[in-house]
Design a protein around this ligand. Structure first.
Ligand code: KIV
Ligand code: ZN
Length: 387
């Protein structure tokens, strides 16, 4: 039986914390609607106490976007929780996400509190949030660099106080997959111990390991993944939604877990977020980058022309993109070149003509890079012209 993995999208909260990004109210609403069409389980709409615009964005999303749970972030302060609850008043399914910190570094330099004080506040504030809503998530930042004994006590306190989801943030992207997976397993076995509480991953990409860590978390008992579209977020970003979702889909034989994501909406949402945040998706970005479904080298093109599965592990259409493309550049081979000309209608070229055209094409591609369909056409026509 495949386990259901909840997708908690935090593009509008952690994602918007990307340096230089400031979304307008209308843009946030449009992204939230797009996330609902994508069928994410939870949308973290923002951090209401952080300012009036943020409050209003969460309030409007809660009132207007139906389907997913709408979550609002709050520190372990009554004012934060009051504001989160107020912003969520009209939500069909509201969630308050209460967070503190777990590592000694955070306690000493940021919170300036002792472990006992943090435990007491977590206990009191999770109970306080539960007075407003039944669905309370609890997080402790920087768990990966914290002492296990304190982590265990802190999450135990949060569960006893009524947290229904416990989120395990690797805030600084410090963990490695085996280590993070082992931590999730330990949380499952020594803290949750069969109680009806969902364990969530929240991993950052400082070492390029966010997706690997999230997947390791799933393998070890996590039932929710926190992620963002295109992996945007603080510093190097968060786990990217499209990578986790497609890894679970393509490798369902391995993970035996599934999401409810409407994968055909992925590309559209990715482009929307790229446009509104002004954060370009790198061409080689998995799943949504321009080159993710493009083949340039002769050997790959030859394979793909014989059978797509030789070099493709998923169909581009599955994520709402146009079919994979053959790029005709300097690495391309004769088979792909011939096929491209046939697709353009040049089906009766002789071997000699093809030979001349191919060598001319290589010369041009070496100098200027890949050729478009129009350029290929121009090439054939120019070679055909009478001397
Ligand atoms: O990275 C982090 O620790 C967070 C928390 C607020 C969940 O974003
Ligand atoms: Zn984060």
């Amino acid at each position: 039986m495949e386990r259901h993995i909840r997708i908690f999208d935090t593009t509008l909260r952690d994602g918007e914390q990307s340096p230089g990004v400031a979304l307008s109210l209308d843009q946030k609403l449009e992204i939230a609607h797009a996330l609902a069409r994508l069928n994410v389980d939870i949308i973290e709409a923002g951090f209401p106490v952080s300012g009036p615009l943020e409050f209003e964005a969460v309030r409007r999303i809660a009132a207007e976007v139906k389907g997913p749970i709408i979550a609002a972030l709050a520190r372990t302060h009554t004012l934060d929780i009051d504001q989160a609850a107020k912003a969520l008043e009209k939500a069909e399914k509201p969630r308050i996400h209460v967070f503190t910190s777990a590592s000694k570094i955070h306690l000493e330099y940021m919170l300036k509190k002792t472990e006992e004080e943090v435990l007491e506040m977590a206990d009191r504030m999770v109970r306080y949030a539960r007075q407003y809503v039944d669905d309370v998530e609890f997080s402790a930042q920087d768990v990966m660099r914290a002492d296990w004994d304190f982590v265990k006590r802190l999450y135990e306190v949060a569960i006893e106080a009524g947290a229904t989801t416990i989120n395990i943030p690797d805030t600084t992207g410090y963990g490695t997959p085996n280590e993070y997976g082992a931590l999730i397993r330990r949380i499952r076995d020594e803290v949750v111990r069969g109680r009806n509480v969902i364990i969530s991953t929240h991993t950052h990409d400082d070492l390029g390991l966010a997706t690997a860590n999230a997947l390791a978390g799933i393998e070890n008992g996590a039932g929710q993944v926190e992620c963002t579209i295109n992996g945007i977020g603080e510093r190097a970003g968060n786990t990217s939604l499209e990578e986790v979702v497609m890894a679970l889909y393509v490798r369902r034989d391995w993970y035996k877990a599934k999401t409810q994501i409407n994968t055909r909406e992925i590309y559209r949402v990715s482009r929307l977020v790229e446009r509104y945040t002004g954060m370009p998706v790198p061409p080689n970005k998995a799943i949504v980058g321009d080159n993710a479904f493009a083949h340039e080298s002769g050997i790959h093109q030859d394979g793909v022309l014989k059978h797509r599965s030789t070099y493709e592990i998923m169909d581009a259409e599955l994520i709402g993109r146009r079919p994979a493309v053959i790029v005709l550049g300097k690495h391309s081979g004769r088979a792909a070149f011939k096929k491209a000309l046939e697709d353009l209608g040049y089906k009766d070229l002789t071997e000699e003509q093809l030979k001349v055209l191919f060598s001319r094409f290589k010369e041009i591609a070496e100098k200027k890079g890949p050729l478009s369909a129009e350029e290929l056409q121009a090439l054939v026509e120019s070679e055909r012209e009478p001397a």
